[in-house]
Design a protein around this ligand. Structure first.
Ligand code: GCW
Length: 722
């Protein structure tokens, strides 16, 4: 039964109450009633008792939005779940059924707005003839209480308006924004507002006219004001052509340096949208100091649901524990308890769901949208509660399933950090390329400012006030004191804040270099453990999803080894300090392809060298090539692991044989973000239960296809655990 408006509830709040055996849902507005109904459904699904319900729920913040980085051609920037649900070929998608489903999913989480186009804006979004396309999408989202929001280009007055300027103080420009905004609101009266990325990564902004971000935000804010619209102006402003040789330069400073002087100059419907960390959605960052700096400006936190630097939905990484750390972080403003969650009026998530059945390209990644919505509503929920709820709603209430999946999700961020960038190194990925595979030096010696400054003596960015970039001084005195000293700086952020020798001893008692080795082995081991844990759920999870998740986890475990070997070898070479446990550089059972008998295959150097074992691989320049390995170990039953390369520009074919008998054949047709032989294309095929005797010949045959050269890295003969 649905009741009418309830008094004393914040907008979107609701109440659930059992009265005379009936459940009454009352809401402060339509949305509240809808949210109450969804909460009731959730309670039914997870098996909560309904007999004596009496619950009031109110959202912590009024703005709970998702952002999409969808391009009008249907592609998605940093999207891993297929093509856009909104756009296709320059117009709204003919069939918007998935937008309707998406709106329902958002409503079930209490999310009340969605921006539907990339912050790297195609200015056509504001062209007069494009308005019907926006209306179709807004009409589809509206029944779910989801307001449509548009990303707009700050140069629009010139690019679509035909003016000769976009100077925010020019009366023609002011009039243009007003007229354009009025026109949009006539078509979409409940539009949430606009998002602007200006003066950032090649987008135009107020700097073109020597104006400030406040001038820029306010001109748009004033056009939105009569309609109740908000402008979300992104704090993600930095110089991507910074001189890396200057040790005082620091991208982490940028947001605070840019916006601190403007506090108090923004109109009241301007919201500064600040990424959780000062760099860019890395696996570990401190919170942005800007959350503490702005006192007279409304702010929102921007979290990234899409797993750009977090394994791109090929790795299971549950982000709720990370987001909670950011939301709970105490900024100590004015010496008083000031958690980030108390400073923000909005929580925004970069969602990038796509047309794939599972929305994100990986079943487990859906938990991140779920968790985002739940935290946006109530940041005090525990990560475990969210993980368990999601698992129950997604895979059912079998206690073993719930525990196994929730446990895996809850440790997955730490695991990923362990093998991709511990101690505050940030994600050691290819930051100038696909942001996916490992490339330790990709962040150095360029203008992007994601430096970690590793050399033969030490590692880490000195961001101290005393000797470094001064970034730490942007925090309140209490927080700055904690980070400024290596004695009190937490190990997890040590290399984000300090440059130390490899022999520096952490609070844990380990040296930095040994921690780097150990964490990579532990992370890879944990990723391998997920496969075993998942296998214990066979027949408890439906077969299709069981197999799909199994494949994903096996792949992740294989990639974790690539990361482990690449990062640990890179630091071994840089530091010259061996692994105290003797693992790095020693791989029992491994036989390099470049040392095998090669028929047709040619040895090549791989770039970066750490992406392949021994820095080399073999590739096939002919129609078919063969690599022959001789087994010399003890007789027994073994697993043969073939590490090969699977790029996106072909589907090479492989066969593995022992003594002329075919053990396995496969086609390398995985979806990976690279066309070259590197860590992103590194792939693993494991063949179990193989009887081997000394002197046996193991042959791997490769047949290239398209641009893919059937390249091989190594094979490993290991004891079979099955
Ligand atoms: O993390 C970076 C991404 C860009 C993105 C940018 C931003 C939309 O690599 O793809 O652009 O951040 O947040 O604006």
């Amino acid at each position: 039964m649905l009741g009418g408006p309830a008094a004393n509830l914040k907008p979107d709040g609701y109440r659930l109450k059992t009265i005379d055996g009936k459940i009454v849902v009352t809401g402060s507005n339509d949305r509240g009633v809808l949210y109450g109904a969804f909460t009731l459904l959730r309670k039914v699904a997870v098996g909560e008792p309904l007999a004596n319900l009496d619950e009031r729920q109110e959202p912590r913040v009024p703005v709970r939005w998702v952002n999409h980085w969808d391009n009008l051609d249907g592609s998605i920037e940093r999207g891993y779940g297929g093509r856009s649900i909104f756009w296709d070929n320059g117009a709204s998608r003919a069939d918007l059924a998935r937008v309707n489903d998406y709106g329902r999913m958002l409503a079930s989480l209490g999310i009340n707005g969605a921006s539907i186009n990339n912050v790297n804006v195609n200015p056509r979004i504001l062209a007069p003839d494009f308005l019907p396309e926006i209306m179709r999408i807004a009409d589809t989202l509206r029944p779910w209480g989801v307001r449509t929001v548009l990303s707009v280009d700050f140069g629009s007055p010139q690019k679509v308006g035909g003016l000769n300027t976009f100077d925010p103080l020019d009366p023609k420009v002011i009039a243009w924004w007003k007229a354009k905004t009025d026109e949009i609101y006539r078509a979409v009266p409940d539009l949430g507002g606009f998002i602007i990325k200006a003066d950032s990564e090649g987008r135009v902004g107020p700097s073109a006219y020597g104006r400030t971000h406040a001038d820029a935000a306010n001109v748009v804010a004033r056009a939105l004001k009569p309609h109740g619209g908000l402008i979300f102006y992104r704090g993600f402003v930095y110089d991507n052509k910074m001189d890396w040789r200057n040790l005082k330069n620091d991208r982490a400073r940028a947001a605070d340096d840019n916006f601190r002087p403007l506090d108090g100059e923004f109109d009241d419907n301007v919201v500064i949208q600040i990424k959780n960390g000062p760099i860019d959605f890395q696996v570990r960052e401190p919170v942005s100091p800007l959350f503490g700096t702005l006192r007279k400006t409304t702010q929102a936190i921007e979290l990234q649901i899409t797993q750009e630097y977090m394994g791109q939905a090929r790795h299971t990484v549950f982000l709720v524990p990370m987001w909670k750390e950011a939301l709970d972080f105490d900024l100590r403003v004015g010496g008083r308890a000031t958690p980030v969650k108390a400073r923000v009026n909005g929580v925004v998530g970069v969602s990038n769901a796509g047309l794939d059945d599972n929305w994100f390209g990986n079943h487990m990644s859906q938990a991140n949208l779920y968790g985002f919505g739940r935290l946006a509503w109530n940041p005090d929920l525990s990560a475990r509660q969210i993980a368990e709820e999601w698992t129950r709603l997604t895979f059912g209430n079998d206690p073993k399933v719930v525990k196994t999946i929730a446990d895996m999700q809850l440790k997955s961020w730490r695991t990923y950090e362990d093998y991709t960038g511990p101690l505050g190194l940030q994600t050691l990925t290819d930051i100038v390329g696909n942001h996916y595979g490992v490339a330790v030096e990709a962040s150095e010696r360029n203008g992007w400012g994601q430096w970690h400054r590793a050399d033969e003596k030490g590692v880490g960015m000195d961001r101290t006030v005393a000797t470094g970039t001064g970034f730490i001084g942007q925090y309140s005195p209490a927080v700055a004191r904690m980070y400024e000293s290596v004695v009190t700086c937490p190990d997890d952020l040590l290399l984000f804040m300090h440059h130390v020798p490899y022999s520096h001893v952490l609070h844990s008692g380990k040296t930095v270099i040994q921690y780097l080795y150990d964490s990579h082995y532990e992370g890879a081991e944990a990723a391998g453990g997920y496969v075993r844990e998942w296998k214990s759920l066979q027949s408890r999870v439906d077969e299709r999803r069981y197999q799909e998740v199994l494949m994903q986890l096996e792949y992740q475990a294989g990639q974790a080894e690539v990361w482990r070997d690449a990062v640990s070898n890179w630091f071994l070479r840089a530091s010259g300090i061996p692994d105290a446990k003797g693992r790095v550089g020693h791989y029992p059972g491994r036989m390099e392809a470049e040392s095998a008998g090669l028929d047709g295959y040619k040895t090549i150097d791989v770039t970066p060298w750490e992406a392949a074992s021994g820095g080399k691989a073999v590739e096939c320049p002919a129609a078919r090539c063969v690599a022959t390995f001789r087994y010399d170990g003890a007789p027994g039953i073994y697993r043969i692991r073939v590490r090969y390369f699977d790029q996106s520009n072909g589907a090479a074919h492989f066969r593995a044989l022992v003594g002329g008998r075919v053990l396995a054949e496969w086609t390398a047709d995985d979806r990976v973000p690279t066309r070259t032989i590197d860590s992103s294309s590194s792939a693993l095929r494991a063949i179990s239960g193989i009887m081997l005797r000394p002197g046996d010949e193991i042959r791997v045959e490769g047949t290239p296809d398209g641009g893919e050269t059937a390249a091989l890295d190594y094979i490993e003969v290991v004891r079979d655990e099955n």
